[in-house]
Design a binder for this molecule. Structure first.
Ligand SMILES: NC(=O)c1ccc[n+]([C@@H]2O[C@H](COP(=O)([O-])OP(=O)(O)OC[C@H]3O[C@@H](n4cnc5c(N)ncnc54)[C@H](O)[C@@H]3O)[C@@H](O)[C@H]2O)c1
Length: 706
């Protein structure tokens, strides 16, 4: 059977159309390139053609190039030839766009002579987030259209722009309404009627006023601040600047050379790994193919506190009606007011219209009666972190929930097997561990117990899609994947401030290395008392180390609770999240260190990062070995999506392979010699892999039979 073509040549009178259809998002892959090449040949044989329109069927114009081809041989030359062939057509070529037009998708449009789009189309060149630069002409053609400065702003921000911005920037000619194909044909005929012809981007020159030394310096400085430890943004500056002095053909050759250099960097390998890791998490090898997701048409939440409110917003945003249960009218009113407030701030920032807010609020109902959960397909408990309370609630849910309803808990630390034992249907019980703020953070740890059924797991993994969460499946253990790894990471940070490093020194070292936020600042934000309460409750699990988490204890005992009362590791002004150094906090930490007999000394940034990350990696390897996570890359996703780990480093375990497991083991043993074996025991799998001279990736490939 002949394979269906992804691009066809069609015509409407004197107008030829190149129509692509490569579901789901019209990615430009090998078959699109082949079929586009053939369709172009066909069009060239139609000698009576006056204009050509390039457009896509389905939900979007070309959304981008196929990132899956990254690992294979370079394709840039092929792109170059194809896009040049479009640009060199002897009649005007119009790109008619809709949807999300990113990377290669936008670059093909730049090779066309005119660009039009439907309202709400979005455009971007996000390549630097993958550790590369635009490689299909973007760095050479975009500056010819809008100048160097705006091109670099677009590339360095990596954020998409809308049609209004695209018009102002100057690479979009017109916004059209209605049926795109019809509108494009009308636009083409109008061009011809107005006598406007071929307009090749490559034949234009770049306005030198957009590339003055001041502009380049400003953008370089900005990139240095925004992208420490990165090379791609600076390579992008180099490539775009070349457009001011090289003719298109030479500029494109340089671009190819530079993009292929980028692909070999750790930064690009890490970012591409992070990208694909996120797409893997829904695949659960040990779930039988017979597992079926149950439809979720309505939901229930117990507890309208911080988490309950955020989770309710996720459901309402997904269009799923949700009922929230509280113990008192007062609690309910407060919870609903908080939700309304979160929506208000979205309206203020232009993220939502007032009507959309009303529509979403109308999906959220409050109630004081569990009877109102009777119709819910999924119920998520988000009350105080207390086992007895949670068990009581699950016993009650057992009485009211309909058969087959998923009974989920948002617990961070409690044993979900035990919670499930309070019901007669443990197979329906599962953990849905959202991260705060639940309506913003993309991560969802899905925690299966010994008895959670395959259908329940499938239901929650699939539900994560409309909720716009990245789900990672974990098994029950203290802290699951993310918080269990946090324990050693935070332990080292707290220990170092007792040893005399300042909070700013610790946080800055971690941030310079790439963490979104230093851990001590994170604790200030979450509330130091919250951490201390957890530490107290779990003291019996901790090793007998009198300095363990003592920085937190010392500050809380001195009345410093973090941002909520304006003082924690740092000092804060009312209504301002800026961290100010506070000698008082440093004095409290020094005094506690003296009391505990912790010696004061200097720390380098290198030591700070090494101690924190090695503790993190070592525990991650344990989690992998114990089978708490399905695969190593899932552990990476947890830290990338939930804890601000730098995506360009791939995730903790990918990073471990990048620096080399022998170096990881050597580091763990070094700190074992300095601090003793209580906290510094190499994970058995780490030792085994070093002995066998293998990487985590190799071990994974062997284990999964790849
Ligand atoms: N806050 C976080 O960062 C975070 C992150 C992940 C998970 N969690 C977990 O989520 C859960 C909730 O945490 P939170 O921060 O939202 O707490 P919270 O104190 O803000 O809210 C808890 C809410 O539950 C209500 N509640 C108590 N008993 C109830 C009952 N019997 N029926 C109905 N409502 C009841 C309370 O009135 C309160 O409004 C905890 O298990 C916590 O460990 C919290």
């Amino acid at each position: 059977m002949e394979q269906k073509k992804t691009v066809t040549a069609q015509r409407d009178g004197e107008i030829a159309l190149l129509v692509a259809n490569n579901p789901p998002v019209n990615t430009i892959n090998a078959s699109v390139r082949n079929d586009l090449g053939r369709a172009l040949d066909e069009i060239r044989s139609w000698t009576d053609i006056k204009a050509v329109v390039l457009l896509c069927e389905g939900s979007t114009f070309f959304s981008g190039a196929d990132i899956g081809e990254f690992a294979g041989p370079p394709r840039e030359e092929e792109y170059r030839r194809l896009f040049n062939a479009i640009e060199n057509l002897s009649v005007p070529v119009i790109a008619a766009m809709h949807g999300t037009v990113l990377g290669g998708g936008l670059e093909i449009a730049l090779a066309c002579h005119y660009r039009i789009a439907l309202p709400r189309t979005r455009f971007g060149l996000p390549e630097v987030t993958l550790g590369i630069i635009p490689g299909a002409g973007g760095t050479q053609r975009m500056p010819r259209l809008i100048g160097v400065e705006k091109t670099l702003e677009l590339i360095l921000s990596a954020r998409p722009v809308d049609t209004a911005q695209a018009k102002t920037l100057g690479f979009l000619d017109e916004v059209v309404e209605g049926d795109l194909r019809e509108a494009a044909i009308t636009y083409a005929r109008k061009l011809l009627a107005d006598g406007r012809g071929v307009r090749r981007t490559g034949e234009r020159s770049v306005d030198p006023a957009t590339a003055t030394p001041e502009i380049i310096e400003r953008l370089t400085e900005q990139a240095k601040r925004q992208y420490p430890n990165r090379t791609a943004p600076f390579t992008a500056i180099e490539a775009v600047l070349a457009s001011t002095r090289l003719p298109l053909a030479e500029g494109l050759e340089l671009e190819t050379e530079l993009v292929n250099k980028c692909k070999k960097t750790d930064e690009s390998k890490g970012a591409v790994h992070a990208f694909f890791a996120e797409r893997e998490t829904r695949k659960i090898p040990d779930l039988p193919s017979t597992a079926v997701a149950r439809p979720v048409k309505s939901a229930g939440i117990i507890g309208a506190g911080t988490m309950g409110g955020g989770i309710a917003i996720c459901f309402a945003n997904a269009g799923i009606p949700v009922t929230i249960i509280e113990v008192s009218q007062e609690g309910l009113d407060r919870g609903l007011a908080n939700i309304s407030g979160i929506y208000d701030s979205m309206v203020e920032r232009g993220r939502l219209t007032a009507e959309e807010k009303e529509q979403r609020m109308s999906l959220i109902k409050g109630s004081l009666s569990y009877d109102d959960l009777r119709d819910a397909d999924v119920i998520i408990e988000a009350v105080f972190e207390n086992m007895e309370l949670k068990k009581r609630i699950f016993a009650k849910l057992d009485e009211v929930a309909k058969p087959g309803a998923v009974l989920a808990t948002n617990t961070s630390t409690l044993d979900i097997d035990e919670i499930a034992s309070a019901t007669k249907r443990p197979e329906d019980v599962i953990g849905m561990h959202f991260f705060s703020p639940a309506n913003v953070m993309p991560l969802l740890e899905v925690v299966r117990t010994q008895r959670t059924s395959a259908d329940t797991i499938r239901t929650v993994m699939d539900l994560s899609k409309p909720l716009r969460k990245t789900p990672v499946l974990a098994r029950v253990c203290y802290g699951f994947i993310g918080n269990r790894m946090m324990e050693g990471y935070a332990r080292e940070a707290e220990r170092m401030v007792l040893e005399g490093a300042t909070p700013r020194q610790v946080d800055t070292a971690l941030e310079r290395w790439g963490m979104a936020m230093g851990i001590l600042a994170v604790f200030d934000m979450a509330g130091l008392d919250v951490g201390v309460n957890i530490h107290k409750e779990h003291a019996h699990r901790y090793p007998p180390d009198p300095t363990y988490y003592q920085a937190d204890f010392a500050l809380v005992e001195a009345g410093r609770l973090g941002q909520k009362n304006g003082k924690g590791y740092y000092r804060y002004e009312p209504g301002d999240r800026t961290r100010y150094d506070d000698p008082e906090a440093i004095e409290i930490l020094r005094a506690r260190a003296a009391k505990l007999g912790v010696e004061q000394r200097e720390h380098t940034d290198e030591e700070i990062v090494e101690r924190c990350t090695l503790a993190l990696i070592n525990e991650g390897i344990r989690i992998l070995e114990e089978g708490i996570a399905v695969r190593a890359s899932d552990i990476d996703v947890v830290w990338n999506a939930g804890y601000g780990f730098p995506r360009f480093r791939g995730g903790p375990l990918f990073y471990a392979d990048t620096i080399g497991l022998p170096k990881v083991l050597e580091g763990v043993l070094k700190y074992q010699r300095i601090f003793g074996p209580m906290h510094w025991q190499p994970a058995p799998l780490l030792e085994k892999l070093v002995r066998e001279n293998k990487t985590i990736a190799q071990w994974e490939a062997e284990r999964h039979g790849r």
